[in-house]
Design a protein around this ligand. Structure first.
Ligand SMILES: Cc1cc2nc3c(=O)[nH]c(=O)nc-3n(C[C@H](O)[C@H](O)[C@H](O)COP(=O)(O)OP(=O)(O)OC[C@H]3O[C@@H](n4cnc5c(N)ncnc54)[C@H](O)[C@@H]3O)c2cc1C
Ligand SMILES: NC(=O)c1ccc[n+]([C@@H]2O[C@H](COP(=O)([O-])OP(=O)(O)OC[C@H]3O[C@@H](n4cnc5c(N)ncnc54)[C@H](OP(=O)(O)O)[C@@H]3O)[C@@H](O)[C@H]2O)c1
Length: 448
């Protein structure tokens, strides 16, 4: 039987996930705590220790946003948690200036985020996956929330809190045709790229044929890494679109990632919000950094010059069927349809990388026990879920509000501002509900 460990404490806030969104919130709450009193906050992350999309940190990958949009600078450029202060603390400030870039490599940004996370160890627990968030009821009202998590030893933990913030990030999108192969080590989503590649025979220089499905930034980065790091690998890029298209990061368009644009999107009716998200979709989704597109084009051009066609590029192509071939040496069999000609072909690969993007549905799963108090997961301007009057607990979300707050919501663009908006709302919520001893504590006391 699973052992459950129940804590008698009542937290003011439990955060699900300790990625950039909740790191920014931890800092914003610490800043407010100095003048308004500290809240009792705990962040839970399922990773054994903090890594920022750790299995995608290939050497050539760069941050796709200015380092000035770090966890704090937009709100408080004097904060000790800035990227510049991280550089200074690590003795690389002058060298970084000499690099002359706004876009550090993602390995370095991962190190920056880990450096910040390391300063909040008292408020964080790693290796704990939140399974569900349940109501604590008193007189038919949701007075608090019960957060149930499981640690790496399989023990369940039960904690009580007045508010939660769900900042659990995206979940790999696995196309329907590949779902039956989910346990096959040769077919994996890009979010597992480095760990899975380490198990492939090309690590020992064995020849391999690998398909990459998708035409976004992840697909492009996987292609470059396979080309550069594994000389024995032949790659087929397979995409539904007609070309790899560039991400629009031109300056006027980039204003959609400003804090003011969040206000603008939020003030619109639903149909206009949707139109705005669609209009600027090509700043972020199914698009690739122009430098990378040029590198990939160069690789294919040089193949034409040499006459050695190592890699292939299949556009307007849909995968109709994917099966593990009965003869294991034939690998994964893909049935491909060319959407322009209708031609169907069958190809075999030793591995398939699904660079097919991410879904944002985790909030629905985690908050399912609270469904009757929620509408359709609508939030107010401060990312607080709109509940019926029976719910007195605070429910917040980061990264699940693109439809109401715009494209910045899943990115790093406005983290310091959003974090402070949530922090202010939490203090406001506390004012009405009271921090410290309250009906929740009495409830728990009578229950024990
Ligand atoms: C490969 C990649 C590169 C990117 N690069 C950029 C970039 O350069 N610029 C940019 O603006 N955006 C980028 N993004 C977008 C990305 O969403 C943000 O950079 C950022 O990671 C969002 O932070 P977050 O904290 O909301 O989510 P995440 O970083 O995804 O963090 C969520 C955390 O929650 C934890 N978690 C999930 N479920 C649970 C659970 N049930 N219980 C406990 N913990 C849980 C996870 O372990 C994770 O640590 C990138 C995305 C990817 C996939
Ligand atoms: N260096 C970096 O900073 C870096 C690196 C990687 C990712 N990222 C970020 O991470 C986010 C996600 O990028 P991403 O490239 O992973 O995902 P993405 O931009 O959503 O692209 C997903 C790709 O998969 C395709 N696809 C989706 N479902 C499919 C299906 N069922 N069958 C076939 N193809 C399918 C899409 O095709 P359609 O276009 O036809 O829909 C698209 O080409 C973005 O914000 C990106 O900027 C950043």
């Amino acid at each position: 039987m699973t052992q459950a460990i129940a804590s008698p404490l009542v937290h003011d806030l439990i955060g699900v996930g300790f990625g950039p969104s909740n790191l920014a919130l931890a800092i914003a709450l610490q800043e407010r705590g100095a003048s308004q009193g500290n809240l009792d906050v705990l962040f839970l992350d399922k990773q054994a220790d903090y890594r920022w999309h750790g299995n995608t940190l290939v050497t050539q990958s760069e941050l796709q946003i200015s380092f000035l949009k770090d966890l704090v600078t937009l709100r408080n450029p004097t904060s000790p948690y800035s990227f510049v202060n991280y550089l200074k603390a690590h003795g690389r400030l002058v060298d970084f200036i000499n690099l002359g870039t706004f876009y550090p490599c993602r390995m370095e940004y991962n190190d920056y985020l880990r450096w910040v996370a390391g300063q909040f160890t008292a408020q964080s627990r790693y290796g704990e996956e939140v399974l569900t968030i349940e109501p604590v009821l008193h007189n038919h009202q949701v007075e608090a929330l019960r957060v149930i998590s499981r640690d790496t030893c399989g023990h369940q933990h039960v904690r009580t809190t007045r508010s939660v913030v769900v900042s659990a990030g995206g979940t790999p999108r696995i196309p329907e045709v590949f779902k039956a192969l989910k346990d096959d080590d040769r077919v994996f989503h890009h979010s597992r790229y480095l760990a899975q590649m380490a198990k492939q025979p090309c690590v020992d220089n064995q020849p391999m044929s690998i398909a990459i499905i998708g035409g976004g930034q992840s697909a492009a980065e996987a292609f470059i890494d396979l080309n550069d790091s594994f000389p024995s690998v032949q790659v087929d890029m397979i995409l539904r679109g007609s070309a790899l298209k560039p991400a629009d990061d031109s300056p006027f368009v980039n204003e959609v990632f400003s804090p003011e644009f969040t206000d603008l999107v939020f003030q619109q009716p639903d149909s206009e919000r949707e139109r705005l998200v669609n209009e600027y979709h090509n700043t972020n989704y199914s698009v690739v950094d122009i430098d990378l597109i040029e590198r990939i084009y160069g690789i294919f051009y040089r193949q034409k010059v040499s006459g050695i066609a190592r890699h292939a590029y299949h556009t307007l192509t849909t995968v109709e069927k994917a099966t593990a071939s009965e003869r294991s040496e034939r690998g994964i069999e893909l049935v491909l349809r060319n959407n322009a000609t209708g031609e169907v072909s069958v190809r075999h690969y030793d591995a398939v990388v699904l660079a097919t993007g991410y879904e944002r549905q985790m909030h629905r799963k985690l908050l399912a026990p609270l469904e009757e108090y929620l509408g359709d997961f609508e939030v107010d301007r401060n990312y607080k879920l709109i509940t019926d009057e029976r719910c007195k607990a605070g429910l917040y979300m980061q990264g699940f509000c693109q439809a109401s707050h715009g494209l910045s919501d899943t990115l790093l663009s406005i983290l310091p501002i959003r974090a402070d908006e949530i922090a202010a709302s939490l203090y406001e919520h506390g004012k009405h509900r009271g921090h410290g001893r309250s009906v929740v504590d009495l409830l728990l006391a009578t229950a024990s």
